[in-house]
Write a protein that binds this ligand. Structure first.
Ligand SMILES: *Cc1c(COP(=O)(O)O)cnc(C)c1O
Length: 352
């Protein structure tokens, strides 16, 4: 008997490029992208700018690089940036905001992906001899990489109004922007209209092997090109990265609703198991907490691994599962069965 396929739910970044992507790489026309001469990169950037409703776009190697370039391009050294405390820029970029972009982060809580605009307003500083000037508001949509919460368009418009009142630009870390857009039933451009600049990850639900897109005004992208170069992010025949990205923008966005449906089905079925408390699932991310004290997430993870299932430990007896295009309906059944088995086995052991 052949061993069962591994079901990897740790992240939507674990996907491998589709055969069509490999084919696209094989036939992509290439050139020197630092000289602006890679036709495939140029086509991708044009397509992405249109899709996001922005003047210009730039291919960069990662979401983290996109975020740092945005901070470098929109802020001066020693200024302050306001964002939610669960934002990737604050929690998972190796303190690059301090070490590389040299800005200070101020955080506010964003419960359930809802930005409280009066809280934002209270945390803005005009800047004086002691207090750093707030030069940027950073949003994240979907918010919180362990929850995938959708920030509503209305909420983004409210933030926009505050930003206009104080003439402070808004940047959107839209690593999973398309997940929010398909779920809200709006276009990506509808969302991006409420911000000055945005990044989207090609490597999350879209299934590309490498890359992010940074987009904004022409003036912003000009600065971004220089800052990308300073970070060593200028690339040569980057068409090999752009080719799968073009495929992804054409074919991988609308299907994200399938991932959301699977995540929701998974959550509903797991919530029926005594001892599991599911977080609300809005997009493709389902997190849970083990609510029984005799259960332990490390033990759960090891048990699931013996069944060929990988999930991510996010601490305090919590685990995360992210659905992506390689996860099938049968996989969801297998995962639910494994959890049910875990619950029965561990309940038996603890009553012996
Ligand atoms: C994944 C992610 C990033 C960073 O992307 P990398 O390509 O891994 O550097 C940034 N922001 C959010 C919200 C993310 O989920």
């Amino acid at each position: 008997m052949s061993p069962e396929r591994i079901i990897d739910l740790r992240s939507d970044t674990v996907t491998l490029p589709k055969e069509e992507m490999i084919e696209a790489i094989r036939y992509a026309p290439l050139g020197d992208s630092i000289m602006g001469e890679d036709p495939t990169v140029n086509l991708l950037e044009k397509k992405a700018a249109e899709l996001l409703g922005m003047e210009a776009a730039l291919l960069v190697t990662s979401g983290t690089m996109a975020n740092q370039i945005a901070l470098m391009s929109l802020c001066q050294r020693g200024e302050e940036v306001l964002m939610g405390g669960d934002s990737h820029i604050f929690t998972l970029e190796g303190a690059a905001a301090a070490a590389v972009a040299q800005v200070q982060i101020r955080t506010i809580e964003v419960p359930d992906g809802i930005y409280d605009v009066s809280k934002i307003e209270r945390n803005l500083n005009a800047g004086d001899i002691q207090r750093p000037k707030t030069s940027l508001i950073c949003l994240e949509n979907t918010y919180n990489l362990n929850k995938g919460q959708i920030v509503s368009l209305e909420n983004m418009k409210e933030v926009r109004a505050v930003s206009k009142k104080y003439s402070i630009p808004v940047y959107l870390d839209g690593a999973r922007l398309f997940n929010a857009a398909v779920e809200l039933g709006v276009t990506p451009a509808d969302i991006c209209q409420e911000v000055d600049a945005v990044q989207i990850c090609l490597t999350k639900g879209l299934g590309c092997p490498i890359g992010s897109i940074l987009a904004g005004s022409k003036e912003f992208i000009e600065k971004a090109i220089l800052n990308r170069q300073r970070l060593g992010g200028g690339m040569r025949q980057a068409g090999i990265i752009a080719a799968p990205a073009i495929y992804a923008l054409d074919h991988m966005i609308d299907r994200l609703t399938e991932d959301h449906q699977k995540a929701s089905r998974l959550a509903t079925r797991l919530a029926a198991i005594d001892g599991i408390r599911m977080e609300d699932v809005q997009t493709n991310i389902a997190s849970l907490e083990l609510s029984r004290e005799d259960w332990n997430s490390q033990f759960l993870i090891e048990f699931l691994f013996t069944k060929g299932i990988k999930v991510k430990n996010i601490g305090e007896n919590r685990v995360r599962m992210v659905v992506h295009y390689q996860i099938t309906d049968e996989d969801i059944d297998r995962v639910v069965n494994a959890f049910e088995e875990f619950a029965s086995v561990i309940t038996m052991e603890s009553t012996v």
